[in-house]
Design a protein. Structure first.
Lengths: 278, 437
């Protein structure tokens, strides 16, 4: 399927690259692909669509990196009737099939790791390795939840970027304030379909034990969005998973969106894990 | 158009009374008073006062000569204590005789099943002898945060819930419902409504709501939109009714205004200016992410709102004169209120005015004073039949006396039957000797 080039005429922001659009069971699915070597599919998080981010570029130095945009995110429309996790999971299984991917490695970033974990549960033989970065989705009864649906802009900065968003704003700002808000509102609507109620999956605790792929969980110094306990718990539940904490510089504890702030350090952890399992 | 022209055509006046709990911190110091203001501020004695004042004023509206009494559903905050407005409806049903009881309304998405709401509506319709009118509001954005409704699916769920509610109320049961959100093998409500119940759809102009109101011949109620856009919306609604092949009745077009009447314009301003500021800074104030949670409105609507179209001034920044200018507030002497109401009724083409006399912030005596002045010095000018409300011209349903019961009941009703000594027997007269049964 040809990319709708005209629609992209106004996309001149720093991180913009034109995606390829492929038909996946009727859903025109946008993805970006660069590099060569073992294939790594990277599932993006709550932010960072319509962009080729530094962490993708870093990984593409050594790997064939594929970054699809989830249904309801970026330039991939929400599928007709999409409303549950199964819709997204089946979409990705079909996406992998459409691209005729053989052996490959799966990486999930934040919200994308919730999807990646589900894929690794339902298709335990499919992935050569699994990397989950600041994952989310477990019910942590003893942790006070952050209501991500009610955050003021300054709270987003404090909670997701530990107050340092200004340093990466060139990765986040795109067309203009209104258009960026509208894009985020639409994507947030897709997120709400999956995570408004409940905001966790009570089945994940038992189902994560089905994961067979060698797994690394990337934690951070101070995950204010979902708590440090979340990554630890994922690592505890997935058989033989290893928790690796990417630390921030002195006095700047790393946070939930560590992939924006420290792309090279996170890419190094992924590269190490992928290389060991290729 | 003069008041007598309006009287000749007919206008229903519904008093809209809310029961805010007012002793709370200013909402400007926090995000919103709708969702997570701690209920430690709630004093049960003060709460009883708020609820009692609301119910007492609602009840009194009948004696003042209103056509109906309206109240809303609110959750999780001091904005209103009517978490289940059907309860207030039942209370009013027992304490009034003639006016319409307008539950505006149950938030259908707050019900696990719309069949339960259909049952409650049928009970209240029976209890009120057909005086129930119910609204089906979407529920504002804050409600979705408060009670866990997923805003991303709320519109689709509500659309199906409406269709199921309608079928449950008016179709013979049992029937099976096979929907996206509800699968109920046996929809079969008891009791059933006594008639086709009047329904109000409150809306801010969305086409989907206008179309549904037109299709089902519901009343469409507009509020809190800029004056010019309200005019366009009401005209659009009537066009949609005509596209459905009928001319809408005047009472299908409704609008909500806040009203205060005093002896003079200056006195009205003295009495309510600061109380209205409280309303708009506390009662109506919420940030964007609370008002419009993800998926709650379309991207096109968000674009219009953020792009400076619809309601571009935040409501909490509105001042008294702006409120008067756009007729969100109709306040002043009886002459001023009469003039402003006449203008709005004419330009909106409405046959039903919902008049908000208090959110609960006014002292009760002040609410009573304003309503009393309205009832005696404004409302009669809009009445064609010696000050009588329109509602007195309508038949009620059901019966009022034992004699009416006997005359009206369905003939040939199935006798209550039991098997006695191997024989099926009508037990309704079994207390009599066999020969006299």
């Amino acid at each position: 399927m040809a990319a709708p080039t005209d629609a992209f005429a106004t996309r001149t922001w720093e991180t913009w690259t034109e995606p390829t659009i492929v038909d996946v069971n009727g859903i025109p699915t946008a993805y970006r692909r660069q590099g060569s070597g073992p294939t790594v599919v990277y599932l993006h998080g709550e932010r960072g669509t319509r962009a080729w981010l530094p962490i993708y570029a870093k990984l593409a130095e050594n790997f064939d990196v594929i970054v699809p945009e989830h249904p309801g995110y970026g330039d991939t429309p929400l599928g007709e009737g999409f409303s549950t996790w199964q819709d997204w999971i089946l979409h990705y299984e079909a996406f992998f099939r459409t691209l005729e991917l053989g052996e490959f490695h799966l990486v999930g970033d934040a919200f994308g790791s919730w999807l990646a974990a589900n894929l690794a549960i339902y298709y335990p033989d499919r992935f050569a390795s699994l990397t989950l970065i600041t994952p989310m989705g477990l019910r942590l009864k003893d942790v006070t939840s952050v209501d991500v649906f009610r955050l003021e802009d300054d709270e987003v900065n404090e909670i997701f970027f530990n107050g340092r968003r200004d340093k990466v704003k060139h990765l986040l700002e795109q067309e203009n304030e209104l258009e960026d808000y509208l894009q985020a509102y639409q994507e947030f609507g897709s997120y709400a379909l999956l995570a408004w109620n409940p905001r966790y999956d009570i089945k994940l605790d038992s189902r994560l034990t089905h994961v067979l792929a060698p797994t690394v969980v990337v934690g951070v110094d101070e995950d204010r969005a979902v708590s440090n306990e979340m990554a630890k718990r994922f690592a505890d539940l997935i058989p033989a998973a290893e928790l690796k904490v990417v630390h921030g510089p002195a006095g700047q504890p790393s946070g939930h969106h560590v992939t924006f702030e420290q792309p090279n350090e996170v890419a190094a952890v992924i590269a190490d894990h992928v290389s060991k399992n290729s | 158009m003069s008041t007598s022209d309006i009287a000749a055509r007919g206008i229903e006046f519904f008093g809209f009374i809310d029961g805010a709990y007012k002793n709370v911190p200013w909402a400007g110091e926090r995000k919103s008073n709708y969702i997570d203001l701690t209920n430690k501020y709630y004093d049960p004695i003060e709460g009883q006062r708020a609820l009692s004042n609301q119910l007492d004023v609602l009840e009194d509206l009948e004696e003042y000569g209103f056509d109906g009494a309206v109240f809303s559903e609110q959750h999780n905050g001091p904005i209103g204590l009517g978490a289940n407005p059907m309860l207030a409806g039942a209370w009013l049903a027992a304490r009034t005789n003639r006016m319409k009881i307008v539950v505006n309304g149950p938030i259908i998405n707050a019900y696990q099943s719309p069949v339960r709401l259909a049952e409650e509506i049928a009970i209240l319709d029976t209890m009120t002898k057909g005086r129930l009118v119910f609204g089906l509001p979407m529920g504002h954005g804050m409600q979705h945060h408060s009670i866990g409704i997923n805003p991303a699916t709320a519109r689709a769920r509500m659309a199906e819930a409406h269709d199921l509610l309608y079928a449950a109320l008016y179709n013979d049961g049992p029937f099976e419902w096979k929907g996206d959100f509800f699968n109920i093998p046996y929809v079969n409500i008891w009791p059933r409504p006594t008639h086709k119940i009047e329904t109000i759809l409150p809306g801010g102009g969305s086409l989907e709501t206008l179309q549904r109101a037109a299709k089902y011949r519901y009343c469409y109620q507009n509020a809190l939109s800029p004056r010019a856009s309200m005019v366009k919306t009401m005209e659009r609604f009537r066009e949609l009714c005509r596209e459905e092949g009928y001319e809408p009745t005047p009472t299908q077009s409704a609008a909500l205004f806040t009203v205060h009447v005093a002896e003079t314009d200056a006195q009205a301003r003295r009495e309510v200016e600061e109380l209205e500021l409280w309303n708009y800074q506390n009662f109506f104030r919420s940030p964007g992410h609370d008002n419009f949670p993800p998926g709650y409105v379309s991207a096109a609507s968000v674009r219009a709102m953020r792009g400076g179209g619809y309601r571009s001034t935040p409501v909490h920044e509105l001042k008294y004169d702006e409120l008067l200018e756009n007729h969100w507030l109709i306040a002043g002497s009886p002459e001023t209120v009469t003039r402003m109401l006449t203008e709005s009724i004419e330009e909106l083409g409405i046959g039903r005015a919902l008049l908000g006399f208090t959110t609960g912030i006014k002292p009760k005596w002040l609410t009573d004073k304003s309503i009393s002045l309205f009832a005696e010095e404004v409302m009669p000018k809009f009445r064609a039949d010696k000050g009588k409300p329109l509602v007195t011209q309508e038949d009620m349903t059901g019966y009022r006396t034992a004699s009416e019961y006997a005359a009206l009941r369905r003939p040939g009703a199935h006798p209550p039957t039991a098997e006695v000594n191997g024989v099926l027997k009508d037990v309704s007269r079994s207390y009599l000797p066999d020969a006299e049964q």
